[in-house]
Design a protein around this ligand. Structure first.
Ligand SMILES: *Cc1c(COP(=O)(O)O)cnc(C)c1O
Length: 423
């Protein structure tokens, strides 16, 4: 069976992990730092914070931007649930804006038209690896005081042309924070893993702090106990404040004397979102292979495009008009999703998937519009009809196998099996 997506692990990848296993650090060691540095350099970002998965990275993005209860966060309905769940984790309301029927990404025109004033962030998802119209989305969001988070989990290594130059996803100025996933079906894998990228020093520092319980061991960051009395003094009467100042002086002295190398402070309520050295060793090795991965993904996508170009019951993925000119874009094609006119084939999608499976071709439906999920309907009252373009896309969507380890025979087998659907 050819699955719809699968990792590619080389002997070099295996050796990198084994080397890490033999080293002194299984976690919080040099591989994590090196992976972050190399990834940041690769995409052209100032800071990279690697975490245990991209869901955690999205959660941290919400938290460092101060998104909270009472805020609205708008994302694409055509995504994995994690893009929206992150907003719910911090108590904000996830909301959904419809896609454009060409790229299947957030439509900036619809986003602007339906804008609600309590929207504090937009999560732009690069579906299948095709970059969203980030300059336009950023214009709409920022002019209304909202942040832009780019969920580029499908787009590792992708780039687009804008403002007269090429920009890598994760390294352009139209996203405040970008996240990538390293799950095995994604372009680069660490088993489980994710990364958060930003240019902002403060956000990166907070993300690092929250990644590990909100605990710091860095003396230059210590606040000690001396911070609280001055702020609390104003809230109490003068006679009481003397006592507070006196007792805080005693507490200060004892804490200063006791700050040995073992000392640490928990300054915020954080999490254990750490990634291991084993995972980052694999990530560093995979990162070296990323250009080859993308080349192969593009080759396979163009084979499919050619083979399926003349079918009146199947539509191949199209580039968004804003990407077409100039054609200097590098789409990493995480997914190859076609639109099938099932009534025309006189077969249901389930029958088509079954027929392909019997021929050894695995397929997947990506995605059910997130707001149609039971929890979203129950919690926010969302109902069918909210984003008609995303619902229409979903009713026809089928993702075919696409991963770099597919050989030419695999690709031909998929093509033959799909063409035979009309027999
Ligand atoms: C995979 C994925 C995620 C979540 O990534 P994990 O690393 O599995 O947590 C989030 N958003 C999108 C669009 C994804 O495809």
């Amino acid at each position: 069976m050819i699955p719809y997506g699968r990792q590619s692990i080389s002997e070099d990848d295996i050796e990198a992990v084994v080397r890490s296993l033999r080293s002194d650090f299984l976690t919080c060691g040099p591989e994590v730092e090196a992976f972050e540095k190399e990834f940041a350099a690769f995409v052209g970002a100032k800071h990279a914070v690697a975490v245990c998965n991209a869901t955690a990275a999205l959660h941290l993005a919400m938290q460092v931007l101060g998104i909270e209860k009472g805020d609205r966060v708008v994302t694409s309905p055509n995504t994995f649930v994690a893009s929206a769940n992150a907003a719910a984790y911090v108590g904000a309301t996830p909301d959904f804006s419809d896609i454009d029927p060409k790229s299947y990404n957030l439509d900036p025109v619809v986003l602007e038209k339906n804008w609600k004033p309590d929207t504090k962030a937009v999560v732009a998802v690069d579906y299948a690896g095709q970059p969203c119209n980030m300059p336009e989305i950023a214009r709409v969001a920022r002019s209304r005081g909202a942040y832009v988070i780019e969920d580029a989990c499908h787009g590792t290594g992708g780039s687009f042309q804008a403002d007269g130059r090429k920009w890598k996803l994760g390294g352009h100025p139209w996203a405040d924070i970008t996240t990538f996933s390293f799950h095995p079906v994604k372009t680069v894998t660490t088993g489980e893993g994710g990364i958060l990228l930003t240019e902002n020093d403060g956000w990166a520092a907070t993300a690092r702090l929250l990644r590990t319980h909100g605990i710091t061991r860095n003396p230059s960051e210590f606040t000690g106990l001396s911070d609280s009395p001055s702020s609390s003094c104003s809230a109490i009467s003068p006679s009481q404040s003397d006592i507070v100042v006196q007792s805080s002086a005693i507490r200060d002295q004892s804490s200063l004397a006791e700050r040995g190398p073992w000392y640490y402070e928990m300054q915020e309520l954080g999490y254990n979102f750490r990634i291991t050295d084993l995972q980052c060793a694999l990530g560093r090795s995979q990162l070296k292979r990323l250009p080859d991965f993308i080349t192969r993904r593009q080759e396979i996508a163009s084979c499919y495009n050619q083979a399926f170009s003349n079918l009146d019951w199947l539509k191949t993925p199209a580039l968004a008009p804003w990407l077409l000119s100039p054609a200097e874009n590098l789409i990493s094609w995480h997914l190859y999703t076609v639109q099938i006119d099932f009534p025309r084939l006189v077969k249901t999608r389930t029958e088509v998937m079954q027929e392909l499976r019997e021929k050894g071709v695995g397929t997947q439906v990506l995605y059910i519009p997130v707001y149609l999920q039971p929890w979203y309907r129950r919690t926010y009252g969302y109902a069918p009809g909210k984003c008609p373009k995303a619902e229409e896309f979903y009713s026809r969507a089928l993702s075919l196998p696409l991963f770099p380890a597919m050989n030419d025979a695999d690709v031909q087998k998929v093509i033959r099996s799909v063409l035979a659907l009309e027999d």
